[in-house]
Design a protein. Structure first.
Length: 222
């Protein structure tokens, strides 16, 4: 499966998603810490009360029950926090596929129940934001012969050859890639980059070695 790339607007939207998930992550962590503190308090108080004479056993049992409740709450809160942390990591990496895989209304509702209002609302908002992320998938297709786009690209490469931007060997190399059957081709043109590179070389901004190195690098990415 090809990895989608974010468009310019998608990159702006991703920054909002990062903020929403970060807020959810911070408050989910605070709630988790609160549950753990509550569990330790109830457990410690229960053990202490149970050691007291007369009413100690009854009071201790009451606090121990409270500790069990806190322990039960800790488990789903840990799962919600872990999921939120995974979403945060995917957002920071810009991994749209993974972010969409982790995106779930169910987990947002679970956060609302076990991690508090703020994490739940933030994940609900992030869910909509993630669905709106604008992406583009590189157009690479299997083919048995040159398409109209390929022929147009070959024509542009010939123009670059005639103008001296690329050599005859480089033109032949690119032509073989275009005409090669059953190949994976990228439709991104190199004309603008190569022309700008040639202009820099002609103006003296690049040495011949630097020009050839950068030109080879561009052509190798086709």
């Amino acid at each position: 499966m090809q990895r989608p790339y974010l468009t310019q607007s998608g990159m702006v939207e991703l920054e909002s998603v990062k903020t929403e998930i970060l807020v959810a992550w911070i408050f989910a962590l605070l709630v988790l810490i609160g549950w753990i503190i509550g569990f330790l308090w109830e457990l410690g108080t229960g053990i202490f009360m149970a050691s007291l004479p007369y009413v100690g056993l009854f009071a201790g049992g009451f606090f121990l029950i409270g500790g069990i409740v806190f322990f039960i709450l800790i488990i789903p809160t840990i799962l919600v926090f872990r999921r939120t942390n995974q979403m945060r990591g995917a957002a920071n990496r810009g991994d749209v596929n993974e972010l969409r895989r982790l995106n779930s209304i169910g987990w947002a509702i679970a956060a609302l129940i076990f991690s508090g209002v703020i994490p739940g609302i933030m994940l609900l908002i992030a869910h909509s934001s993630i669905e709106r992320l604008s992406t583009v998938i590189p157009m690479r297709t299997m083919k048995t012969g040159p398409s109209m786009e390929d022929l147009e690209r070959l024509s542009k490469m010939k123009s670059l050859l005639d103008s001296g931007v690329i050599t005859k060997e480089e033109f032949e190399s690119q032509k073989s890639l275009v005409l090669r059957p059953a190949s994976m081709q990228s439709v991104d043109p190199l004309q603008t980059q190569l022309t700008k590179l040639k202009s820099l070389y002609d103006s003296g901004a690049l040495s011949e070695a630097e020009y050839n190195q950068q030109k080879s690098k561009l052509l190798s990415e086709v």
